[in-house]
Structure formats: structure tokens, C-alpha cells
Design a protein around this ligand. Structure first.
Ligand code: SF4
Ligand code: SF4
Length: 286
């Protein structure tokens, strides 16, 4: 049976990817997913080696066969996204605003508009020392990031099944967008990396509500602690009220980002290796 664990945070900069990278190195065998398809960091941090790559087709978009177009203009009238306009050659053409609704194809009296697959990103399978990493790059400005995450998660499950690996660890995107929803759908456990700050608390409350809707248990690593002990106490109360459990703490320490910039993980820092080991043990035992 494959267990899926998502590492999430309500906001960017909470330390989620650093924690995920350390956990990935501690697990004996794993399939990892980098769910941050707008800014994929795990391949950089873990110096992975690409094994394969494939184009990602998120949706079909309209394409006009101009040789059959009578220039009646009905397509441009119905398009709610202003995605069809006359070009410099005097032909109607489709621009990047197309949302793939197919309304233009339905109304075209000449039937010269077809819906064609549109490449909006690339997904990759890379080698880890102890397993595999599925990650992706969404073309800047493209939609369908949630669908792209669902696609690499499906591939991760396939790889785990084929290779007989029983843990999938997902480094989710920050926030509570459709990308976050796509990252936690169907997982067994969420580890929230919660920055000990007012914005961290506020963002955690939104994320906890989302997790609760999916009826997924969640654990919490409190990060960047020690600046405001009163706030720390308040956060502990809020985590309890939201059904979470704090299973680890990491202090605010400027040495951590310096170490990451040298491509070291938290395991390379003697103060934090034990914290990560305990966290990993606890995650695996839940
Ligand atoms: S498919 Fe929809 S969004 Fe795209 S050009 Fe046609 S009407 Fe506009
Ligand atoms: S509806 Fe069809 S025929 Fe009319 S302008 Fe658009 S593409 Fe051309």
C-alpha cells in the first residue's frame, strides 16, 4: 500500500522545501513530487539527474483554418475572452487569451475552427539517490497548474507501483490555491510547516480549514521560533483548535538560508539533523 504525505505551508518562505529536502534524504526509498510547478526548487536543491521529459497538454485551444474562413466575424463576437481578432494579413486568428471553451467552433458557420492540443508545460522524471522525483515547469502565464500537478502525481503513483516503493512525499505549493488542492487531494497525511509569525498564523488558519474539508489529519512543524514567545503560545492553541499536533520546532537561524545557498540540506547542520530525524520517525509512525 502506497502512503502519500504532502508537505504544505500557508505562505511562501516558511521553510517547506528545506524540510522536504531533508526528509527526502532521510527516507530509505521514496518517490517525491515537486508540486510547485511555477518555481520548482527541489531539483536544484537535490542536484537531481533528469531521466525523461514530456510535454504537458493542459487543454485544447481554438485554431482557425483560414482557407475556409468567410470573415463573417461570428467567432470574435461570441468569444468572451477577446481571443480572436483580425491579424495584420486580414485573417482572423486566435491569440494566447484562448480559454478553450469551444464557443467559437460551435458558432462558426463554415466549420473552420478546430480545437487542438496546446502544450503548456513540461514534466520530468528525475533520479534521486534513494528513488525518483517527478517535477514540472509550467510555461509562464499558462493556466492549468492544478491539472499539471495532478498529472505528475499520477505519474508518481505509477512509478511507485512499478518500482515497489511505498512512500510518495509531495512538496506542495504555498497557499490554498487550486495547486494546493491538487497537491493534497487523496493524501494520507499533511505536514504543515508553520512560520511563527502573524502572517504565518493567519495563512495556517486558511490552510487548516482546507485540510479539514478533505478530512486529512495534519501535523505541524513550527519554524522560525523564538522571536515572539507569546505568539508562539497563541499558535500552539490555534493548532490544537484546528485538530493539528505540533511535532517539531526549528528556531529562527540565519545560518539556515546561508547553508541552503550552498546547496546543503538541514541534515548537514548538526543542530538540526536530530530534529529532522525525529520528524521523519514521527511522520512514518502516524
Ligand atoms: S475557444 Fe473560447 S476562448 Fe478560445 S477563441 Fe474560441 S471562444 Fe474564445
Ligand atoms: S466564424 Fe468561422 S467563418 Fe466566421 S470569421 Fe470566424 S472562423 Fe471565419
Amino acid at each position: 500500500m502506497i502512503r502519500q504525505i504532502a508537505v504544505m505551508s500557508g505562505k511562501g518562505g516558511a521553510g517547506k522545501t528545506s524540510v522536504t529536502a531533508a526528509l527526502l534524504k532521510l527516507l530509505p526509498e521514496v518517490v517525491a513530487v515537486d508540486g510547485d510547478v511555477n518555481a520548482s526548487n527541489l531539483p536544484i536543491l537535490l542536484s537531481t539527474q533528469k531521466l525523461s521529459e514530456n510535454d504537458f497538454y493542459g487543454m485544447d485551444v481554438a485554431q482557425i483554418a483560414i482557407e475556409n474562413c468567410t470573415l463573417c466575424g461570428r467567432c470574435t463576437e461570441i468569444c468572451a475572452f477577446n481571443a480572436i481578432a483580425l491579424d495584420e494579413q486580414g485573417n482572423y486568428s486566435v491569440n494566447d487569451e484562448c480559454e478553450g471553451c469551444a464557443a467559437c467552433a460551435w458558432v462558426c458557420p463554415s466549420k473552420c475552427i478546430g480545437m487542438v492540443p496546446h502544450c503548456s508545460g513540461t514534466n520530468y522524471l528525475s533520479q534521486l539517490e534513494n528513488g525518483f522525483l517527478l517535477h514540472a515547469d509550467l510555461v509562464p502565464g499558462e493556466d492549468n497548474s492544478g491539472k499539471l500537478i495532478a498529472s505528475i502525481r499520477a505519474q508518481a503513483k505509477q512509478v511507485a507501483t512499478e518500482k515497489g516503493l511505498d512512500i510518495i512525499l509531495i512538496d506542495g505549493p504555498p497557499g490554498t490555491s487550486c495547486q494546493a488542492i491538487s497537491s493534497i487531494t487523496g493524501v494520507d497525511m499533511v505536514l504543515v510547516v508553520l512560520e511563527e509569525s502573524l502572517s504565518g498564523l493567519s495563512d495556517y488558519q486558511r490552510l487548516a480549514k482546507l485540510i479539514e474539508r478533505f478530512r486529512i489529519p495534519h501535523l505541524v512543524l513550527l519554524n522560525k521560533t523564538g522571536i515572539d514567545p507569546d505568539l508562539g503560545k497563541r499558535i500552539e492553541g490555534v493548532v490544537g483548535e484546528n485538530g493539528g499536533e505540533i511535532i517539531g520546532r526549528m528556531p529562527f537561524d540565519m545560518e539556515i538560508p546561508r547553508s541552503l545557498s550552498r546547496r546543503e540540506t538541514l541534515l548537514d547542520m548538526s543542530d538540526y539533523r536530530p530534529v529532522m530525524e525525529q520528524l521523519c520517525e514521527k511522520l512514518l509512525s502516524c
